[in-house]
Design a protein around this ligand. Structure first.
Ligand SMILES: Nc1ncnc2c1ncn2[C@@H]1O[C@H](COP(=O)(O)OP(=O)(O)OP(=O)(O)O)[C@@H](O)[C@H]1O
Ligand SMILES: [Mg+2]
Length: 225
């Protein structure tokens, strides 16, 4: 479980301060598909970055796996992220001139996993996402839907327990977007915690728990199971 206690995030100081999150308390349950919805600028990405340990709150605590993430050094936090979490973003962030195999294996390359081992792991997850015929293609030769499936494979290659996706369907047509949501649901069924940030209500309807964020505050919590 990931727990946020009295989390505040303020960007800037004095007159220029932006109060992106104003005292948020929430629990992200293990093995659930959780959606965070809200209008543009409501604080969704700020919240996701704090849930994932990509950013630290200005005030408050974040607990995950028995750790207080707010007490970790930058290196410890990076180590926590690498161990536990896979990230998926709207704009994919693939290396355009690297192959699908190289992109997917990247998190393992960074960890110094030997080539044979990391490529075997990457091929396995590439196969699972139906991209085996693209394995040696460069990322910039793929369609948007294919790119997002590559970025999902990259997020899963180190077998994280938590998968965070910030507007993963934002750059996709509705068919490819629906496919991505289906994959996220499948990932959750296989036992991972999935957190989806979206402003698409139809996507959020697929989730087990929906948090509605409004002006930096948790406005509603809706659950199906
Ligand atoms: N690095 C930053 N520096 C200053 N202000 C920021 C920064 N990041 C976000 N903000 C501000 O914090 C508020 C919340 O931004 P955030 O990106 O979390 O919203 P969001 O809900 O993800 O929006 P969108 O749907 O457009 O992605 C906004 O007012 C935004 O301008
Ligand atoms: Mg955002």
């Amino acid at each position: 479980m990931i727990e946020l206690r009295d989390v505040v995030k303020t960007y800037g100081k004095g007159d220029a301060a932006v109060h992106a999150l104003k005292t948020v308390n929430m629990k992200i349950e293990d093995g659930k598909f959780t959606a965070i919805i809200g209008k543009s600028g409501s604080g969704k990405s700020t919240l996701m970055n704090i849930i994932g340990g990509l950013d630290s709150p200005t005030e408050g605590k974040v607990y995950s796996e028995g750790l207080d993430l707010t007490s970790l050094s930058n290196n410890e936090l990076a180590d926590y992220r690498n161990r536990t979490t896979g990230f998926i973003f709207q704009s994919f962030y693939l290396e355009p001139t690297f192959t699908v195999l190289e992109n997917v294996a990247m998190p393992l390359t960074i960890r110094g996993i030997p080539k044979r081992e990391r490529e075997a792991a990457a091929r396995k997850i590439i196969g699972k996402l139906g991209l085996t015929d693209k394995v040696n293609k460069k990322a910039n030769e793929l369609s948007g839907g294919q790119k997002q499936r590559v970025s999902i494979a990259r997020a899963l290659v180190h077998d994280p327990s938590i998968v965070l996706a910030d507007e993963p369907t934002g750059n996709l047509d509705s068919a490819n977007g629906a496919e991505v949501i289906k994959i996220l649901r499948q990932i959750c069924t296989e036992g991972k915690s999935v957190v989806l940030v979206t402003h698409n209500i139809d996507d959020a309807k697929q989730a087990d728990v929906v948090f509605v964020i409004k002006d930096g505050l948790l406005d509603k919590e809706l659950r199906r199971k």
